[in-house]
Design a protein. Structure first.
Length: 259
């Protein structure tokens, strides 16, 4: 059991507990760049890691009535088929399957990190713009279609990079549902992330790109980290942490794209 991986899990867990984001966008690059884990294995392992760690948060939000299950259903209707189809196409038609697409996965991860950094910085501005324009008055059927399209986009991105279900999902929902309470947006996004990461993670496991020992090691560190971070959240300015996290993601994303 690698102590450095346990410490990394704790650090990432603490950041997730404080900011609510950063799981996949930090853990997968750490595994690839710091520990030399193959990109496909890093993504697959991180997906199951996310499914487990986010289940507890979803349970809490659901008990408090903070989950809009209609939105979760619309997102899942797009994301789950998209994730399954993406993994099927990559494994059957890409040379060498998932293991042979390391450059594609690394590039997708870099793009996802850059998009996540933009979402972290401009989330509130996008929400204000949506509230002041016609987004809030979109017909219900059109909003539903856009929500399913958002889910499909997340399904493709998450299955290839393990990044996007958190910050990108929340930002998209703030844009599509500007009048919905923020806590319900977060609850819906978190609840949707569980089945998405679980389906994509099981797909990677079926294709042999999940390291169960590594998964257990990361959880050993991250679960206490999330607990500690959640208790520190009110003492640290969230905006400062989000900007620092966004800056770090830009650097890591640019490095991955250049690889």
């Amino acid at each position: 059991m690698d102590i450095a991986q346990i410490i990394s899990g704790f650090a990432v867990g603490a950041i997730v507990g404080i900011t609510g984001v950063g799981g996949g966008s930090l853990m997968t690059p750490l595994l690839v760049l710091l520990f030399g884990v193959a990109p496909a294995t890093a993504v697959g392992t991180d997906l199951l890691y996310a499914a487990i760690t986010k289940s507890g948060g979803t349970f809490v939000h659901a008990r408090r009535g903070n989950v809009d299950w209609r939105i979760v259903g619309l997102l899942a209707a797009g994301s789950l088929p998209a994730a399954a189809l993406t993994l099927f196409l990559v494994s059957h038609f890409a040379a060498g399957g998932l293991a042979g697409t390391s450059k594609t996965i690394t590039f997708s991860l870099g793009i996802a990190l850059l998009l996540t950094s933009v979402a972290l910085v401009f989330r509130h501005r996008l929400q204000l713009w949506a509230q002041s324009h016609d987004v809030a008055t979109l017909p219900s059927y059109r909003r539903s279609r856009l929500t399913m399209l958002t889910g499909a986009t997340l399904g493709i991105l998450v299955s290839l990079s393990s990044v996007g279900a958190g910050a990108l999902g929340v930002t998209a929902l703030f844009f599509l549902y500007p009048r919905l309470a923020a806590i319900r947006v977060v609850g819906a996004d978190l609840a949707h992330a569980v089945p998405l990461t679980l389906v994509a993670g099981l797909g990677h496991w079926w294709l042999g790109s999940v390291d169960c020992t590594l998964l257990g090691t990361l959880l050993l560190g991250s679960l206490p980290g999330i607990f500690v971070g959640s208790h520190l959240a009110h003492r640290i300015p969230e905006r400062v942490l989000r900007l620092a996290l966004a800056g770090m993601l830009v650097l890591v994303g640019a490095k991955l794209i250049a690889v």
